[in-house]
Each structure stands twice: as C-alpha cells, then as structure tokens.
Design a protein around this ligand. Structure first.
Ligand code: FES
Length: 150
C-alpha cells in the first residue's frame, strides 16, 4: 500500500506533541482559533507567556487532516522558548519544508501560521487591557487629589 504522508507527518500524527488546553481565562495565555475555509478544518493553538516575554508552554487541538495535526504539533515544539516576535515570524513554508508537505497540503501548514499569529494577538490584547486596567485615568487621579485637598 502506498503511503501518501511523509514519515515526519506520520510521526507527529501518531505521536502528537503538546495536545491539550490551557485555561482561556488565564491572563498569561493567548488563544488562537482558526479555520481553513477550503476544507473546514479547525485548529486551536494556545501559548503561555512568561514575564520575560518568552513562550513557556504551548498546547493545541486540531480537528483536521494529518498534515494539519502534524503542522500544529510541529509548531508547538518550534515556538516554545521563543519570544513573541520570533514566534510570529515562523512561516508556513518552513513548516511545509520540515514536514515535506506536498503543494496540495500547503494550506494545512498555513493554518498553523495563522493560529500562532492569532494566539499572539489574543495575548497582546489581553495584556494591553490588563495594563490599561492597572493604570488609573489621569482625570480620576486629578479629581481624587482635588477632593483630598478640599
Ligand atoms: Fe485542510 Fe489539511 S486538508 S487543513
């Protein structure tokens, strides 16, 4: 029987790395949820980012083809220990080359690129909100001071 997947894809498919979930409500976690319109496959990729800005943990869940599962599994290994900037620069072409994906499966690796970018964006949005919440608006502190001196 002819096997259409490269052995690297089969390895990630049969032994997927970092499958699971991180708590979505955790302020240090960013979640990317993306879909491929062409086939309907869906990928969720989550990152936990430390105070140093480095990705310390990565989890994924993919409902899709073997190439999509392998791409997300590979992506979790690739970006762990990276800064957000480094992780955001990982291209699907690198994944496709590493896993020897044929051209017809390129969009599967693109799903992984989109998922990490989406997770990074989600984390940055959360962080910006947290920073804004921790900083009192200037007018509020001014009126507090006025009230204190009255
Ligand atoms: Fe659509 Fe693989 S066939 S993600």
């Amino acid at each position: 029987m002819k096997r259409s997947y490269h052995e690297k894809v089969i390895d990630h498919y049969e032994n997927p790395r970092n499958v699971g979930n991180l708590p979505k409500g955790d302020m240090d976690v960013g979640t990317g949820l993306v879909g491929a319109p062409a086939c309907g496959d869906v990928m969720k990729l989550q990152i936990r980012v430390g105070e140093d800005g480095v990705i310390s943990e990565v989890k994924f869940k993919t409902f899709g083809c073997g190439s999509a599962i392998a791409s997300s599994s590979y992506m979790t290994e690739r970006v762990k220990g990276m800064t957000l900037e480094q992780a955001g620069a990982v291209k699907n072409t690198e994944i496709a080359k590493e896993l020897c994906l044929p051209p017809v499966k390129l969009h599967c690796s693109l799903l992984a690129e989109d998922a990490i970018k989406s997770a990074i964006k989600d984390y940055q949005t959360k962080r910006a909100k947290r920073t804004a919440a921790a900083t009192p608006p200037p007018s509020a502190s001014a009126s507090t001071q006025t009230a204190a001196h009255a």
